[in-house]
Design a protein around this ligand. Structure first.
Ligand code: TYC
Length: 122
């Protein structure tokens, strides 16, 4: 038998351990949570009918303060005239209140009894 001058060959290196994706030690796990914050309460500005404010004034007010085109403003005004009230727009609480204030100031200045109110949307 021949004498071995060199060491016996090392065993092949072990294959790297592969961990499952959810156990890799460094990854970020995002939990699915039910949303806790509710969207803010919105308010509708409702305009009321009366027997004295001219239709044209109401149409102009709806165009000016609620950013509606003339046709849409006319439809809203006619709905108010026929049904007694109608929604001109839906906003956050502060914006809705400021629309009410603007309409009432314009109506008072022009000498018309036009009224509108802000109310929470269900
Ligand atoms: N009813 C009013 C008229 O006949 C018109 C009108 C419409 C007034 C809507 C107010 O919010 C209103 N001149």
């Amino acid at each position: 038998m021949k004498f071995m001058a060199s060491k016996p060959p090392k065993p092949a290196p072990a294959a790297p351990k592969v961990r499952p994706a959810d156990e890799d030690g460094g990854s970020v796990v995002l939990e699915r949570r039910t949303q806790k914050t509710k969207p803010p309460q919105m308010y509708q500005v409702v305009m009321l009918n009366d027997d004295y404010t001219p239709m044209e004034f109401v149409v102009v007010v709806i165009q000016e303060f609620f950013n509606k085109d003339r046709e849409t403003a006319t439809q809203i005004m006619l709905k108010i005239h026929l049904d007694g009230k109608g929604v001109c727009g839906v906003y956050s609480r502060d914006v809705a209140q400021s629309k009410v204030d603007q309409v009432q100031q314009a109506a008072r200045q022009a000498g018309h009894p036009l009224q509108c109110v802000s109310e929470p949307v269900e």
